[in-house]
Design a protein around this ligand. Sequence first.
Ligand code: EPU
Length: 296
Amino acid sequence: MVADNVFKAIKGKIKFREPMRRHTTFKIGGPAKYYLEPRDIRQLKLLLKAAKRYKIPVLVIGAGSNILAADQGLEAAVLRLAATVFKKISGRNNNLTVASGVTLSRLLSLCRQRGLAGLEFLAGIPGTLGGALAMNAGIPQKNIADLVEDVRVMDYNGKITTLKKKEIKFGYRSSGLAKYIILNARLRLTKADKRQVKERIENYLRLRRAAQDNRRPSAGCVFKNHQGLSAGRLIDLCGLKGKRIGGASICGRHANFILNLGAARARDVLRLMDLARAEVKKKFNITLEPEINIWQ
Ligand code: EPU
């Protein structure tokens, strides 16, 4: 096939029919038609051009922690910015320029070493900076958008621009950045005592471990909270903790988590989500919105 040859010529890590279960924290998902980790910006542009020419949708993946990929696979090119150039951190004092492929855990260890405060609330989230920006990750009191100065993006025609924070439509678990490929962001942090930063990170990690269950694969919270009401609490009040369908179950510790018990399929997770949504609607007249990206 012509398209196959064009994608094969892109420099970087290029795979065909790559199982998504290898790239999602849920460990669920059939094969993506193409899986691409371009070597640099030039190769990224070539890849976008090819995708446009052959009308192949491009789906961007960060750490794969907020994605449910279809069992039957994806007629798409899954793009991951994981090459060295997409993992750079630069900057002095309290201003950092962080590339989108940097993991939050690496970013936080740098903050700990340099005594930079502001991002501690992200401790324990298995994501990349790009993913965290795209969904405006955070906790009820704080989102990553609070620290952003500007974001450098590429549109799907390969054009690069810098968006100032006020030009970005950050909302609760949303950013409007999905129409771009996020390249990097400038973050404004605060100088602080190294020990304090370390303690705050450890504290967030402790809270997260106590409230959530990371012993089985999951995608974190599957629904958004509703006007400040915890979706987990609402699902819990419907008595759904521990409810199992196929290889998936609603977590016994936090009801907004769905766990892959070993051989879960996307279908099982979707059925559990439908059930939770229907029960919460019936009991509280609230319609829960998914937080995770459902790729099918
Ligand atoms: N609660 C229950 N039952 C449950 C879950 C929670 O009664 O099954 C209660 C808790 O006891 C607590 C309240 O609900 O009193 C809030 O729970 P929690 O502190 O766990 O926070 P949340 O609102 O459920 C949000 C984020 C989490 C984030 C925590 C950190 C969303 C959708 N969820 O959860 O983010 O880790 O705050 O405080 O915004 C994620 O985005 O993937 C995620 C897990």
